[in-house]
Design a protein. Structure first.
Length: 171
C-alpha cells in the first residue's frame, strides 16, 4: 500500500452508483459500479428503495477501493454528486425511510402542478422555494402532498440532497 493520499469520487445516479479512486496526480486508478433498481408502481411513477441507494454506493466504493488496492485510511477526500431532485422522507426518531424515494423522473405531481399553475401560485412557489413548478420536481411532491398518509403526530424529515434538509411536522 502506498502512503499517498487519494480521492474517492462517488456519483449516485438514477440507474446506479459509480465510484472512482483518483491518485494525487489526477489519474483514475479504479472504478466500481453497482446498478440501482427502479420501481414503477403506476404508469409515470418512478421510485427507488432508499436502502438500495445506500447499498449501491457502498458496493461501488468497496469495489473501486479493492481494485485500486487502496485502503480507507489512504483516502484524503470524498467528492459526491447525486440525483439532487430525488427525495426521501424518513422518520426523524429512527432515521429510517418511511417510503420509497420519489425519483426526479416521476410524473405523479403533474395534476397537482397543473392545478397550482391554474390557481396562479406558480410565481409564489418559485419565490419561496426557488423551484420551477414542474411535475419532475419530487420536492414539490414531498412538500405539498405526501405519497402516503403520515400517521397523526409522526414527525418526518424530508431530505433534498442538493439544497439540504427541510423538516416538516405533520399532524
Amino acid at each position: 500500500m502506498s502512503a499517498r493520499r487519494h480521492i474517492l469520487a462517488l456519483d449516485q445516479g438514477t440507474t446506479g452508483s459509480t465510484a472512482l479512486v483518483v491518485d494525487p496526480d489526477g489519474r483514475v486508478l479504479a472504478r466500481g459500479y453497482a446498478e440501482l433498481p427502479q420501481y414503477f408502481p403506476q404508469p409515470g411513477w418512478v421510485e427507488h428503495d432508499p436502502e438500495e441507494i445506500w447499498s449501491t454506493v457502498e458496493r461501488s466504493a468497496r469495489a473501486a477501493l479493492a481494485e485500486a488496492r487502496v485502503s480507507g485510511s489512504e483516502i484524503a477526500a470524498v467528492g459526491i454528486t447525486n440525483q439532487r431532485e430525488t427525495t426521501i422522507v424518513w422518520e426523524r426518531a429512527t432515521g429510517r425511510p418511511i417510503h420509497r424515494a420519489i425519483v426526479w423522473q416521476c410524473r405523479r405531481t403533474a395534476p397537482l402542478c397543473d392545478r397550482l399553475r391554474a390557481d396562479g401560485v406558480e410565481e409564489l412557489v418559485r419565490a419561496k422555494t426557488g423551484l420551477v413548478l414542474a411535475s419532475g420536481s419530487s420536492r414539490v411532491a414531498a412538500c405539498t402532498r405526501p405519497t402516503r398518509p403520515t400517521p397523526r403526530g409522526r414527525s418526518v424529515s424530508i431530505c433534498v440532497p442538493a439544497t439540504g434538509m427541510t423538516r416538516c411536522s405533520r399532524s
